[in-house]
Design a protein around this ligand. Sequence first.
Ligand code: SAH
Length: 382
Amino acid sequence: MDSQIIALELMKIYGSSTSSLVRRLETPPKRLYARVNTLRATREEVLESLLREGVEAHPDDSISDAVYFEVQGPFKFECNASKAIVVDKKTAVSLMLGANLYRPGVIKITSFERGELLLAVSENYIPVACLEAALTHKEAMSLRKGLIGINRGSPYRAPRIAETKAYISGLIYSQSAPSILTSYALDPRKDELVVDMNAAPGGKTGHVVQLTSGRARVVAVDRNERKIEALTTTLLHLGLYLNVLPLSMDSRYIHLDLNLHEKADKVLIDPPCSNLGVRPLLGAKRTLSSVTSLAKYQRQFLKAAWHVLKPGGRLVYSTCTLTLSENEENIAYAVEYLGFSVAELESPPPYSDKVSYRGVTAYRFSPLLADMPGYFIAVLTK
Ligand code: SAH
């Protein structure tokens, strides 16, 4: 049922290619991207440092601060296991790419012995990897962090980026190419006031800091207090906690709560969405009503942004989903009802296609055209 609804939403845009699109969404892209922390190292230094520890990465031809790692597969994997372990969505994706299992990603476990094989499955029971238990069930239960299972078989393989020295020492940050390109579309400048309305975990906030060498004033808002703490920790770790004010609040009302009326030069809206562009898409649990209510929720950020943005200021709206209602239709609403104008970029972001809908121009990353996650970027001015 859910997948039918998703197919219907996607069919509005992708027509007869929808089934190939859905099949493509179920696989990871062949490239796994990371952003180089250019305030700490050059891309060449990072590539060399990775190579010294035996990890091969490549510079992206079109994005000057991006590197990518190649994903191998698909492989057939067999798992002679009689027990399963359920993991959260993010963990399922990394296990599928060959990562080991750590405690925080575990949702449900049955009892097992050290050395026993376990089939790791996603929350909707899609098998993602075969693991060898690194400790006993009892030991695992008492841990809050730490290694639970060693990956002994997975459908894809990619370098374990989070275990590299470059990652641990804050020289790179895992981020998809479209996400990296979002901050470029925002084009933040020194001395500007930038309001990031959905900031956590801080990927784009950190990039804004990087692009302005820490000289923009960034207000980083997220409703989730724990995620705002994590954002601060991440920015500190990367050395990018420069002129950033992290705030845990509901940014739909930011114009009422803070004295920001027409003060921002740039606003970024990267709201919660139906995530249909995330690859591999592990059986999305979305209904039409959830897409509709998400679209309504997202419009509230656009309304608040109107108050906060200076006349002449720039708004970037991005999502990692592909539905019309969360993307083009929301932008058409921002133009028709709020008064924003569409700002075309001189050249579309690399790997994206320029799309037109009800007089709105925007940029779509369509996994069928470039092997990227599905993603959407629109640029507006007030
Ligand atoms: N821009 C981030 C990713 C944002 S994900 C990055 O690049 O790393 C969407 C975020 O919106 C989530 O962290 C969620 O907590 C936040 N969010 C949801 N509702 C919100 C609200 N009403 N006000 C502010 N943030 C909100």
